[in-house]
Ligand binder design. Structure first.
Ligand SMILES: Cc1cc2nc3c(=O)[nH]c(=O)nc-3n(C[C@H](O)[C@H](O)[C@H](O)COP(=O)(O)OP(=O)(O)OC[C@H]3O[C@@H](n4cnc5c(N)ncnc54)[C@H](O)[C@@H]3O)c2cc1C
Length: 642
């Protein structure tokens, strides 16, 4: 979820089982299901606390495990403390639905399902019976309305109508806004009562198929926003709403944090024979790499040895091993996806700027270069061509939007910094930047992709490069959003009357610490560079919270800082991008390698950190899980002074 100005609660993800207790067709193409059961109340699952089902936000959603004969026999997963560890196979049977309303007294909630041609969830809902059981998880987050907003714009197709309905039913009387909703037929218009001062514009798609209409875009383009701050929320079919996002951000100039455009479903293209031919042709292309050729050899083996089924299976698996390795060697996808996002190609195409010349002119690059990028995007299936015009594919639509840009945009100095990874070979052979040869290599080759290093260490570089420092802090903050509430509830922090902060995200975390202070109050200290460097003593506090504060420090430097903190702080909570599972998890491996390449120092494992703290004399050192078990911050290490 991209960062928005809406206040967000992060909730533990719990799998629950309920029963269908109500079925009502509220319009010809929308069915409301009521589900209820004891598992919506607080209790204990697998020895872990199960909180009460909770949903306050208008667009909160649950993940339904759609009951089918297959799901009966599939192992859905395992309940953890904050998250449900999904079995990958089971995820294929899940679909997201908005919580339409909650009745806490009756231990029930409702959700509304759109009828469409054929789909697992839709078919199940339109043949469900009272008494059917249903498993679901969530909501995992619940976001309120942004404060200080003068005007709300909501744009939705029928899949997002349940969210719009909940918004209207719960919006306070002094809220004003404009609502645009596209529905299949006039009979699908709903009566919705609201205290808010809003105009509702119903758009009837009539004969046009879902996902093919431009009605919502036209309506947004034709409206004028009043003066003041507008918050815009839009959800529907991913490709249909892409131009709306562009219009809101670029034409109307709404800031990123006040625009939320979310793809609720994707229209699946029917595979044409031509496309199938193209794919087949690609596999025998003359430009195939040696590994691709090896893959074909393996396939050929499969053919010659066919006739014995087990043999065929062995060949298939060796073929897939080779093609997996082949995939790993591809250099184009990670580069082209980032270049496409950084230049905003998908966005431009969605906004009607569709030729190489027009895109080049808009972005300010030469047409030949634009042509190269567009051709590569077609080859990767992100764009398709119609004469001189390029069109986004469903795959391309995934890259449109602020959420995608957050992690891939090379104009962000912190993301660009990760590209130090391309210098890994030089760093391995010659050491990090304080060695003359790689320093030159970094400056000449690195200027294009990595930040220009002028200081002796990455930390020193951050101290002199405000944009780089801000970008890294913001990167940390993005990841913290999902775990901060849990961190602040850890015992040493929750009870502390004085807290010192080390590492990133100081100001924001300081504000959260103050909001969540014990009744007796709390002082928050952000020690300066002299304390961090050990030139001044650390403030005497009940607890120090360190957030990504070890990243980029050498082991001796990190150890000295931890020692200095433990001298003055009764307890210490360290939240770092620990890479305990790097051998099994490619995201952690990327963190490990990128951090090493970027800073010259590897990231930590919890085992190494616990050992280091114990060596420094800390007691009761423990590792606790925080959050949902993915992302950069998965666990915290807690230590206490004896
Ligand atoms: C956060 C969130 C909240 C959502 N809330 C709701 C909600 O409250 N009510 C609701 O009805 N939907 C909601 N959706 C959308 C819903 O999850 C999708 O439409 C989902 O794909 C439907 O699953 P299915 O099994 O019926 O179809 P799938 O098996 O996913 O798809 C089968 C085929 O149907 C097409 N298809 C899928 N959905 C539609 C559609 N709506 N109209 C036409 N064709 C479609 C697909 O392109 C595909 O070709 C929400 C989605 C998200 C991400």
């Amino acid at each position: 979820m991209p960062r928005t100005s809406r206040p967000m609660q992060v909730l533990p993800i719990v799998l629950r089982e309920v029963e269908v207790t109500g079925i009502a067709d509220i319009t010809p193409n929308m069915r409301r299901l009521t589900v209820a059961g004891d598992q919506l109340s607080a209790g204990v699952v697998n020895g872990m606390p199960r909180p009460q089902f909770h949903s306050e936000g208008f667009d909160d959603h649950v993940k339904l495990v759609i009951p089918t004969p297959e799901t009966e026999s599939v192992d859905i997963g395992e309940q953890g403390e904050f998250r449900f560890k999904w079995n990958r196979e089971a995820l294929g049977f899940t679909r997201d639905y908005t919580v339409s309303s909650v009745d806490a007294d009756a231990n029930s909630f409702t959700f509304d399902v759109v009828r469409h041609d054929s789909g697992l969830a839709s078919e199940w809902a339109f043949s469900a019976s009272i008494g059917d059981s249903l498993k679901f998880a969530g909501p995992k987050t619940s976001a309120g309305l942004s404060e200080g907003v003068d005007f709300h714009l909501l744009v939705a197709d029928e899949t997002a109508l349940p969210a719009v309905r909940r918004w209207l039913e719960t919006a306070p009387a002094d809220t004003s806004g404009h609502i645009i909703v596209e529905v299949p037929t006039a009979e699908d218009i709903q009566e919705i009562s609201t205290a808010a001062d809003v105009e509702i514009n119903w758009l009837i798609r009539s004969g046009t198929s879902p996902g093919d209409s431009t009605l919502m875009y036209e309506a947004v383009k034709n409206m004028e926003l009043p003066a003041g701050r507008t918050y815009a929320w839009c959800a529907g079919e991913a490709l249909t709403i892409a131009p709306i996002r562009r219009h809101l951000r670029r034409e109307l100039g709404l800031p990123k944090e006040d625009v939320e455009v979310i793809g609720y479903w994707r229209k699946t293209a029917k595979k044409t024979e031509a496309a199938a031919d193209e794919i087949a042709g690609d596999a025998t292309s003359e430009t195939a790499t040696p590994l691709a050729a090896a893959s074909q050899d393996a396939a050929a083996d499969g053919v010659t040895t066919a006739g014995v089924d087990e043999f065929a299976e062995v060949s298939e698996s060796s073929q897939s091993i080779v093609s997996n390795v082949h995939e790993m060697t591809e250099i184009l996808p990670p580069i082209i996806t980032r270049i496409a996002v950084t230049l905003g190609v998908g966005d431009l195409v969605a906004g009607g700027i569709t030729t190489a010349e027009a895109i080049a002119a808009e972005v300010g690059i030469d047409t030949e270069g634009a042509g190269v990028v567009l051709t590569a995007m077609c080859a990767l299936g992100l764009l398709e061509r119609d004469g001189a015009a390029y069109l986004n594919t469903q795959a391309g639509a995934v890259l449109i939007g602020d959420g995608a840009g957050d992690g891939l945009n090379l104009d962000d100095p912190a993301i660009r910094d990760l590209f130090s990874i391309v210098n890994l070979l030089d760093i391995l052979r010659n050491g990090h930047i304080d060695m003359p040869a790689p320093a030159e290599a970094l400056t000449s080759a690195g200027e294009a992709l990595t930040s220009t290093l002028t200081a002796p260490t990455w930390r020193a570089q951050r101290a002199v490069d405000a944009a780089l420092d801000t970008a890294h802090r913001s990167h940390t903050l993005d990841h913290l959003r999902y775990v901060l509430d849990i961190i602040l509830e850890l015992e040493p922090i929750a009870t502390a009357a004085s807290v010192a902060l080390a590492g990133d995200a100081g100001a924001e975390v300081s504000a959260a610490l103050t909001r969540k202070a014990p009744e007796s109050g709390r002082s928050v200290h952000i020690p300066g560079a002299a304390s961090v460097a050990g030139e001044q003593s650390w403030p005497a506090v009940d607890c120090t919270l360190m957030l990504a504060g070890l990243t980029g420090r050498s082991r001796p430097e990190a150890k000295a800082l931890l020692a200095c903190i433990l001298e003055s702080s009764a307890s210490l909570v360290v939240v770092e991008p620990l890479t305990d599972e790097a051998e099994l998890d490619d995201h952690q491996a990327e963190e490990l390698v990128a951090t090493y390449a970027m800073t010259g120092n590897a990231s930590w494992t919890s085992e190494e950190l616990c050992q280091c703290l114990s060596d420094l004399g800390a007691v009761a050192v423990e590792v606790v899980d925080i959050g949902w078990g993915f992302g950069r911050f998965r666990s915290a290490v807690i230590a206490r002074r004896p």
